[in-house]
Write a protein that binds this ligand. Structure first.
Ligand SMILES: *[C@@H]1O[C@H](CO)[C@@H](O)[C@H](O)[C@H]1NC(C)=O
Ligand SMILES: *[C@@H]1O[C@H](CO)[C@@H](O)[C@H](O)[C@H]1NC(C)=O
Ligand SMILES: [Zn+2]
Length: 329
């Protein structure tokens, strides 16, 4: 209840209490998109403005600053191609959906006639996704059979990787701090000067490691060492771990850290343990947040015109809340 009062005070005296979290966006320019067919970073489709935005605090997520790309209420309605179109691809995708839902956080929900933004799972000529909810009604997640697609070969882990992109998670190996942990081998890259898949996000704002989860070389979102379409010699790695110089990458399952990121980003399991007194963003809606009431999350709404600022833990002017909403339809 204290937070509710705080909102009222904020509405009256915003200039006194607001804090400026800074612009924490990472931007990759549209130029990257054409370098690797139409895809940036290998399998990410740019948004309507040609941008792929990612990673607050290098944490392989877009969510903190851009709640608008998060799926409201941690729910992703989807439609999927007919089972007759490709039975194996269909069941692999279903298996991937079950595995995503089993994390117990974001739920992918079959809807034949979705009224909100939804994921349209199609059979296409790429294994790819856009980053987060584009707020365009339908958005494609494409499954393909094309051989040699980077990191792919059709398996449920590769499909889960795309689902993670659709939830707003970028590539682990694009983190600003990646050079501490991995080494890229440009000598073995066909496009050695400018390989979009290995771009490193440059934070434009304060780079704050406070909220970073550990760098995870085993993440489902990390590059694998052997990528035959990018390598001069496919027998040699294009990226290796620095600590043990080991080979990297797997496309089997989410790691514990992958799941942890999902839970933080989508405010799942709020009001447990040490988090009991905190407030939590309500996914995908800048105006709402959770407070904990005797261990139970209660949804609250900011005062008129205000957005939740999860850094300061209070309602704030939208431009300072690090949370933008867009309405493109
Ligand atoms: C989705 O729901 C429709 C209608 O209830 C059903 O016919 C279809 O089999 C379901 N598809 C999946 C993938 O569960
Ligand atoms: C989505 O996929 C469908 C089916 O493959 C295709 O016809 C459509 O053009 C795609 N839409 C976009 C925006 O790529
Ligand atoms: Zn990817």
């Amino acid at each position: 209840m204290i937070k509710g009062i705080c909102c009222v005070i904020l509405a009256v005296l915003p200039y006194i209490v607001m804090c400026n979290p800074g612009d924490m966006r990472f931007e990759i320019e549209a130029v990257a998109v054409d370098e690797f067919s139409q895809f940036s970073e290998g399998d990410l489709v740019a948004d309507n403005e040609g941008y792929i935005m990612s990673s607050l605090d290098g944490n392989t997520k877009i969510s903190q600053w851009d709640n608008a790309r998060i799926w409201p209420g941690a729910k992703v309605p989807y439609k999927i191609f007919d089972v007759e179109d490709d039975e194996e691809a269909y069941y692999l995708t279903m298996y991937a959906i079950d595995a995503m839902n089993a994390v117990g956080c974001v739920q992918f929900v079959n809807e034949t006639d979705p009224k909100e933004d939804y994921l349209n799972i199609v059979l296409g000529d790429s294994l790819s996704s856009q980053l987060g909810n584009q707020r365009t009604g339908a958005q494609n997640l494409s499954i393909t059979r094309i051989e040699n697609w980077p990191n792919a070969g059709l398996n449920s882990g590769s499909i889960m990787h795309e689902f993670m992109h659709s939830l707003g998670f970028g590539h682990e190996h694009n983190r600003p701090d990646r050079d501490t942990y991995v080494e890229i081998h440009p000598d073995n890259l066909i496009n050695s000067d400018n390989e979009p898949y290995f771009f490193k996000y440059i934070p434009n704002g304060d780079f704050n490691t406070e909220n970073l989860l550990d760098y995870d070389v085993h993440s489902l979102m990390h590059a694998t060492s052997f990528i035959k379409t990018l390598a001069v010699d496919p027998q040699d790695p294009v990226i290796t771990g620095k600590n043990d110089n080991g080979y990297l990458g797997q496309r089997n399952d989410l790691t514990d850290l992958d799941k942890e990121r999902m839970k933080i980003t989508y405010s799942c399991g709020v009001c447990t343990g040490d988090n009991n007194d905190a407030i939590f963003r309500y996914p995908g809606d800048c105006k709402k947040y959770y407070i904990c009431d005797h261990g139970k999350p209660t949804t609250m709404t900011c005062g008129a015109g205000l957005h939740i600022n999860t850094k300061s833990g209070a309602c704030d002017w939208p431009k300072d809340a690090g949370c933008t909403e867009f309405s493109t339809y």
